[in-house]
Design a protein around this ligand. Structure first.
Ligand SMILES: [Zn+2]
Length: 278
């Protein structure tokens, strides 16, 4: 997909299976199971969508999926297969050493697990020549999570990056490459960031965990994982109409079927019109 001189592709690290009830918060199962049928353990299939961006000679990766370090027990709980990210990059003739910038929307393990990898007995950055970009508040929280969300943060995904000074910790919204803008959108966590891509009068907006799948477009469909669900609600009220009105392409971080869509409004409700990306 091209936006002027900027080129991007949605690639995936594979699938993760999470509890359907947790994914849809207060929404009753008879409603959500029609959109996302659960397996025998009440889990639903979610994708680990990442973005590969090429702009002005820079190669940028947004999100790194669950990566290769997950313990077998957790792989089983979350239904994880083998990490696919590096293989997906290879399809574009790219090696991990060629990534210039890695963006983490936040530091939950399903968004930054591929930041690092095990080499012999040492955890090292998977992308040795990259600057990794995250909001400073998210990094600080990841280092000191609460009892409620500590199961989502694994220090081996981010401490080694900070240890070798490869993090750029942002204090607010920031353009980090031509056509690549990071927008702080709190709710899921206090300092999650979305990614806005622009070029040639066109825009694409990566919702990250503000709207993880197209099924999460209706306003009350908010994840039980969100630390600040009322802030998520406010930000959904702000960003969904904006993306629809401006005709931006919506990109979903966890949707296994609809990776990209245009948003259409009808009688105040928004639906996704899927787009197949090349
Ligand atoms: Zn998350």
């Amino acid at each position: 997909m091209k936006l002027g001189d900027l080129e991007f592709h949605v690639i995936s690290d594979g699938d993760v299976w999470l509890d359907g009830g947790a994914m849809f918060g207060v929404i009753p199962k008879p409603l959500w199971e029609r959109k996302a049928p659960p397996d025998a353990r009440n889990r639903i299939q979610l994708a680990l969508n990442c973005l590969l961006i090429r702009t002005a000679g820079k190669t940028v990766l947004v999100e790194t999926g669950c990566g290769t370090k997950m313990p077998p027990k957790l792989k089983q709980i979350y239904g994880l297969g083998e990490s696919r990210l590096l293989g997906e990059l290879q399809k574009f003739d790219l090696h991990a050493t060629e990534i210039d910038i890695v963006i983490n929307t936040h530091l939950h393990f399903d968004h930054c697990g591929g930041n690092t990898r095990l080499e012999a007995d040492k955890i090292v950055p998977t992308f040795p020549n990259a600057k990794y970009v995250v909001q400073r508040g998210e990094f600080e929280h990841a280092c000191n999570p609460t009892e409620r969300d500590q199961a989502s943060y694994f220090t081996e995904n981010f401490a080694p990056i900070e240890g070798c000074k490869k993090f750029a910790l942002l204090e607010s919204d920031r353009a980090i490459a031509p056509g690549v803008e990071l927008v702080r959108v709190p709710g899921h966590t206090a300092n999650m960031q979305c990614v806005k891509l622009t070029g040639g009068d066109k825009t694409a907006f990566f919702f990250a965990d503000l709207i993880p799948t197209a099924a999460h477009l209706p306003l009350p469909w908010i994840m039980g994982y969100d630390l600040y669900p009322m802030t998520t609600l406010e930000n959904k009220k702000k960003w969904i109409p904006e993306v629809a009105k401006e005709g931006w392409l919506a990109l979903f971080g966890h949707d296994p079927h609809t990776k990209a869509a245009y948003l259409r409004e009808k009688d105040g409700a928004f639906t996704a019109e899927p787009v197949t990306l090349d």
